[in-house]
Design a protein around this ligand. Structure first.
Ligand code: CMP
Length: 140
């Protein structure tokens, strides 16, 4: 299996509840390593650039308001099949549909305030990692 990297964001609902450590513990217990991490407050403009692929969605304005409402923790996770592994660990987008034990089942509040974001493919992971991190920020 290939060692990959994926981009993760711990979202405002989770930073507001001071549970970033609990979420990181789930990543680490699942075999993912946090090889870069930074806490930042996104502007609405930067949130819009990051989620540009959703620009035409009805929830885009609400999503970018939410993602710029409080700090987030952006991170690079590394491990075997990290993109897929992280999506398993996160659970379904809507916490109501997420499998027991996943981060969104444990901590997500609703489809928007779902505690974490993770890249959906290795190609998008490379783009999303470069959006937030220089190569020198990532220490495996
Ligand atoms: P994420 O995995 O970060 O990718 C896009 C985000 O948009 C998603 O998680 C949710 O936070 C949000 N989202 C997806 N669907 C909806 C929806 N129907 N209503 C509001 N927000 C949504």
């Amino acid at each position: 299996m290939a060692v990959e990297r994926t981009l993760s964001i711990i979202k405002p609902d989770a930073t507001a509840r001071n549970i970033t450590g609990k979420i990181n513990a789930v990543f680490e217990a699942s075999g993912l390593r946090i090889v870069a991490q930074r806490r930042i407050h996104l502007s609405k403009r930067m949130a819009g650039q990051f989620y540009a692929v959703h620009a035409e969605r009805s929830f885009f304005d609400e999503l970018t308001d939410y993602m710029s409402s409080a700090p987030v923790v952006v991170q690079v996770l590394e491990g075997e099949n990290a993109v897929t592994r992280n999506r398993e660990v996160m659970g379904a987008t809507n916490p109501a549909n997420a499998e027991a034990g996943t981060i969104r089942a444990l901590y997500g509040q609703n489809v928007q305030e779902n505690s974490v974001h993770g890249s959906d493919s290795p190609e998008n992971a490379a783009i999303e990692i470069a959006f937030f991190f220089a190569q020198t920020d990532i220490v495996g």
